[in-house]
Structure formats: structure tokens, C-alpha cells
Design a binder for this molecule. Structure first.
Ligand SMILES: [Zn+2]
Length: 340
């Protein structure tokens, strides 16, 4: 890759990220320190090996990719670790001229050392405020249910999200291995979230399950996590996604890693953009993809030879799809349209 000048367009562009997992976006040095602090065994003997071990390049499937989280989740079992990880992620994004980020995680994965679900959420809200204060940027949380867990547990996550709505939590999502765990399974949780005026995003169409995209739309998803297989969904569904401006939260490097694609140019993002879909670029997991937001944007721009103004358009899409009140979205739109 060519050396990047600090005044380069993408470096200066104000950025908005909508799809980023807390347990996949730890700094390698924080992973190392938390492992020492909490006496967690890692398959790495040095900090440099940590970075290498978590790099998911060469993974064969989503399930294979997800095994790496088995090593980060045990590090995030205390209030302090959750607070720190959240604050650091916001600060990292601000350093890339990030202006707004939505961070997601599954609260029920963080109860191994006795925290209650409420304490988990409160620790991340504390980290959110710390990150916002230190960096001067804005952030929100999205609570995820694990799709392979029971519908009752998913409903509890939706209730937890409603409890902390307007206190830092903006939305409800389902995550985890997709195939075999349709969104429909968690209908009750989605209905609860919608009835309580939470925003809803659903990981759908990351694996080869186009019918799950249909289900997600019918369940009222405001956005889709990935939506890679949208073009395999019925035409009427594709049209709905375009007409209702349901944004796709796409994550190029992560998508390459879970699909086994060889190059960024195989990614459907540019086809979808040209078809009128509200596409956005995101990192998914900075640690597993050894990436930054700017890198995702740059890889996308280079793969399709996109003009700088298209990169700005992608940020405008993210501003429009942000889980924020209209007035705050307008502020983001203004920031993105004027700067750089
Ligand atoms: Zn994701």
C-alpha cells in the first residue's frame, strides 16, 4: 500500500460508524494487559503474537471466525474492563476523525464473574461517557441477543435495551451464527423492541440466507447487519430495502474473511450502491480484521476506483441511517457535507 499523506481526503473526512462489536474491537495491547490482569490464558506469548493470533484472514466461514471471540469475551467480565474497552474504542475512532459511532455487544455474554445484566450495561454506559468526554465525539450502544440462544433470553435483552433507552442505548440487534437461526425465531423480542420505540438492526444475509433478509424486513428492521445476499432475495424485498431506505451495514474486510473472497472487488457494496441501496462501510471487528475505519473506506475506494465524493456519500448514508433523533442526524450531515 502507498504511503498516505496526512492531508489525504479519506484521512480528513469526518466519519460515522454504525456496525462495530465491542468484543471484537479491543486494542491488542489491551487484550494483552487484561489477560495478565485477570489471569486469562491466551494462545499467544507476546503482545505481537496477540495481534497475529486474532487476525482472522484465512478463516473459512462465519462460525470459524466467531471462535476467536471465545478469547476476548473472558477478558470483559468486570465493570472496569467493560468501561475501559468502550472508552478506548471511542477514543480510537475519534483519532480517525470519527464523529459518531454505534458500539454493540451481547450483555448476557458478560455475566461469567457475577455481574448482573444491568451492571454490564451500566459499565459500558460509563465507558461511553468517558470516551465521549475525552474525545469530544458522540456514541451510542446497541444491545445484541445471541440468535442461537432462546427466544426468552432475546426478549430479556430487548427489555434491557428498553430500560436503558435514552441513557446511552439506542437499539436492539441479534448476532452470532446465522444459518439455522432465523430472525423469525425472535419475533417476540423484535415486537417488544418496536413497541418500546427502540431502533432495530438485524444481522441478516451475512451467510447465504436470503430469506432471513425478508424476515428481518417483515420484523421491522430499520437497518440490516451486512445484507450481503440482498441480490438473492425476491425482487419485491430488494425494492422495499431501496424504497424504505433500509441501510446495509457492510464490513468489507470482515465479509472477505467470513466468505473466503480473495479480493475486495468481489464485494457487492458498489453494485448495491449503484442500484440505489443505502450502503454504509463499517469495521465489524477491528481486532479480528486488523483494520481501522479509514482502511475499510480506503479498500472500498481503491477496489472500485471511487471518487472522493463517493466516500463522502457513504458517510452521508451513515448519517441518515444513524440511530439518533433527526436534529442530531442533521448535525452529522452538516459536518460530513462541509468538511475535508
Ligand atoms: Zn456484526
Amino acid at each position: 500500500m502507498k504511503a498516505v499523506k496526512p492531508d489525504d481526503f479519506l484521512t480528513k473526512l469526518p466519519k460515522i460508524e454504525l456496525h462495530c462489536h465491542l468484543d471484537g474491537s479491543l486494542r491488542p495491547e489491551t487484550v494483552w494487559e487484561l489477560a495478565q490482569q485477570y489471569n486469562v490464558q491466551l494462545p499467544a506469548k507476546t503482545q505481537t503474537e496477540v495481534k497475529k493470533f486474532f487476525n482472522a484472514t484465512g478463516r473459512k466461514s462465519l462460525s470459524d471466525y466467531l471462535t476467536l471471540f471465545g478469547y476476548t469475551v473472558p477478558l470483559l467480565q468486570t465493570r472496569d474492563a467493560l468501561r475501559r474497552a468502550t472508552a478506548e474504542l471511542i477514543e480510537d475512532f475519534a483519532r480517525e476523525n470519527g464523529k459518531y459511532i454505534e458500539i454493540r455487544y451481547a450483555p448476557f455474554l458478560h455475566l461469567q464473574k457475577g455481574l448482573t445484566p444491568e451492571q454490564v450495561v451500566e459499565a459500558t454506559i460509563e465507558g461511553l461517557h468517558e470516551g465521549e468526554q475525552k474525545s469530544g465525539i458522540r456514541a451510542r450502544l446497541i444491545l445484541c441477543a445471541m440468535r442461537q440462544a432462546s427466544p426468552e433470553l432475546a426478549l430479556e435483552v430487548a427489555q434491557l435495551a428498553a430500560q436503558y433507552k435514552n441513557k446511552g442505548v439506542a437499539a436492539f440487534d441479534i448476532a452470532g451464527p446465522e444459518n439455522g437461526f432465523p430472525p423469525e425465531r425472535h419475533r417476540q423480542a423484535f415486537e417488544y423492541a418496536k413497541a418500546n420505540r427502540l431502533f432495530v438492526t438485524i444481522h441478516a444475509g451475512e451467510e447465504n440466507c436470503p430469506d432471513y433478509i425478508r424476515q428481518a424486513i417483515e420484523l421491522g428492521a430499520d437497518r440490516l447487519g451486512h445484507g450481503l445476499h440482498l441480490e438473492l432475495a425476491p425482487e419485491a424485498i430488494q425494492k422495499l430495502v431501496i424504497d424504505r431506505k433500509i441501510a446495509l451495514e457492510m464490513c468489507p474486510t470482515s465479509n472477505l474473511q467470513t466468505k473466503g473472497w480473495k479480493s475486495y472487488s468481489e464485494h457487492p457494496i458498489e453494485r448495491y450502491r449503484r442500484a440505489g441501496v443505502l450502503v454504509t462501510v463499517n469495521t465489524d471487528n477491528r481486532l479480528m480484521s486488523d483494520t481501522t475505519f479509514t482502511n475499510e473506506l480506503r479498500q472500498t475506494q481503491q477496489a472500485f476506483g471511487l471518487r472522493d465524493e463517493i466516500a463522502r456519500e457513504l458517510m452521508m448514508n451513515a448519517a441518515r441511517a444513524a440511530f439518533l433523533p433527526e436534529t442530531e442526524k442533521d448535525e452529522l450531515l452538516k459536518l460530513v457535507s462541509q468538511n475535508s
